[in-house]
Write a protein that binds this ligand. Structure first.
Ligand code: HEC
Length: 451
């Protein structure tokens, strides 16, 4: 009895001592928790990360590009620059970090990253929070299980709008101007795609008579397929800077041969063969900031020589894809260049010069001019095989509310819509003649970081 009482007293004493030490150690930490990270406003603290389901590794190359030169590859810090692999960063909410890197602390040497697209800032935040964790924890970034989200049982969208639950190949819907909501009728939902494990039985649906099989898997960020005149498939693996070639198809639907045609490119996207016709001599590739070409003979699986620089084009992070088409007579080359931001203007933002355009050049890179402008982000370029007219698929602006603004494909005279609107020839001279105010009356300006 006496023994156990003593034992209890001993335990209580030890506990008290521990508490005293703990209080001493923990108090400043609690205080730090209560004060917001770099005085971030409460609204920033609660901001939800729309990309939280993305694997942290998705932000690694962005971190490497933007942050590592100051904060170190592993967030270890350097000189006067604080480490990011530390408790303080892990304790901050994603919203606070997002807010802080958006503002920066310019007077103290931390740049503002407001011009980076929001998505990239969030991916960097995801990655920054894992700095210093063991690789095994970081790598543990399996795609989330498919969500049984409330949206699955949400009521169907009001016609003529639709969503993936009701989309079927061969079905079309007509959406006219009067169906569109007024700007800002709703907030813009930021429901970006999340990678999830493929649910059982999920497979692309196709019209009767077609069948979908898996041809090749495991590529890293493949973005564009162009078929060579001999039938080989050229694929730009934009993320890692490769162009790959696939040839043939086995009875089980797989590629017979594959090879890396070229590597070391800077986010390559567009691919095309020049001159047009059955015997191209060159493969042109659109890096995000330049056009290059490789010597080529039909049947090559590897470039027969190094890249030859043809022209610089404006590059950057947002809207980085550059596609290439040649006029059917081979005299002109067209290159699509998306805007640097969501809505902006070269008159006030020099970085927008020659962006939100389709550029026209000679195939040797000379005589670059603006062929079509006011096109926010023309991603894919194609030629009408009968008329030779140029077409493009365009991502329109964000941030005006849901179901706005419709994306579109446009070709022929429509590509020069501005010319018709203003009754003037297109090109830089015309652009100067059209005042900013005049253009704004057609395209009201509002600043949003692009997604
Ligand atoms: C040119 C160098 C430089 C670059 C590039 C840079 N930072 Fe910083 N960063 C700093 C400096 C200097 C500070 C300290 C500022 C201060 O004292 O408030 C800082 C502070 C921070 C902090 C706060 C750290 C703390 O201990 O409170 C975070 C978070 C941060 N940076 C994240 C980033 C991220 C993410 C990137 C990449 C998008 C980045 N930084 C790029 C220089 C840089």
């Amino acid at each position: 009895m006496e023994e156990s009482l003593k034992a209890s007293i001993r335990i209580v004493t030890v506990l008290l001592a521990t508490l005293a030490v703990a209080t001493f150690v923990i108090t400043p930490w609690i205080a730090a928790q209560n004060s917001n990270f770099h005085n971030a406003p409460a609204s920033a603290k609660q901001m939800k990360n729309p990309y939280e389901a993305q694997p942290p590794e998705a932000g690694k190359s962005l971190y490497h590009l933007r942050c590592a030169r100051c904060h170190g590859e592993n967030g270890e810090g350097s000189g006067n620059i604080p480490p990011l692999a530390q408790e303080k960063i892990k304790a901050a909410t994603p919203g606070e970090l997002f807010w802080f890197i958006t503002q920066g602390d310019v007077n103290n040497g931390m740049p503002s990253w407001a011009t980076l697209p929001q998505r990239q800032r969030w991916l960097i935040v995801n990655y920054a929070k894992t700095l210093g964790l063991p690789q095994s924890v970081r790598a543990n970034s399996k795609p989330a299980a498919p969500e049984k989200s409330a949206r699955l049982s949400a009521p169907p969208p009001r016609a003529p709008f639709t969503d993936y639950r009701y989309e079927k190949p061969g079905q079309s819907r007509k959406i006219t101007l009067k169906d569109l909501p007024a700007p800002f009728a709703t907030p813009s939902a930021p429901n970006g795609p999340k990678v999830v494990a493929r649910p059982e039985g999920a497979w692309p649906q196709v019209p009767a008579g077609f069948k979908v099989e898996e041809y090749i898997a495991g590529l890293d960020g493949p973005r564009m397929i162009r078929t060579a005149p001999n039938g080989d498939f050229f694929v730009s693996e934009s993320k890692i800077g490769d162009i790959r070639v696939f040839r043939g198809i086995t009875t089980s639907g797989k590629a017979e041969q594959m090879a890396v045609f070229a590597s070391g490119l800077n986010r390559p996207f567009g691919i095309n063969f020049y001159p047009p016709g059955p015997n191209p001599q060159w493969v042109y590739v659109g890096n995000t900031d330049s056009i290059v070409r490789f010597p080529y003979q039909s049947g090559d699986l590897q470039a027969r020589g190094p890249a030859e620089h043809i022209a610089d084009v404006p590059g950057g992070d947002s809207h980085w894809t550059r596609d290439i088409q040649f006029s059917p007579d081979g005299k002109k080359m067209f290159v699509s260049v998306g805007s640097a931001s969501n809505v902006d203007d070269p008159d006030v933002t020099p970085g927008e010069k020659n962006r939100a355009d389709v550029l026209e050049l000679n195939p040797d890179g000379s005589e670059m001019r603006v062929f079509a402008y006011g096109i926010r982000n023309c991603v894919g370029l194609a030629l009408n095989s009968k008329t030779g007219e140029l077409w493009c698929s365009v991502n329109e602006r964000d941030g005006l509310g849901d179901n706005l603004v419709p994306d579109y494909i446009a070709g022929g005279w429509l590509l020069r819509l501005d010319m018709v609107v203003h009754g003037q020839p297109s090109g830089p001279a015309a652009r100067r003649k059209t005042s900013r105010a005049e253009r704004q009356s057609h395209y009201p300006r509002r600043d949003f970081a692009s997604a």
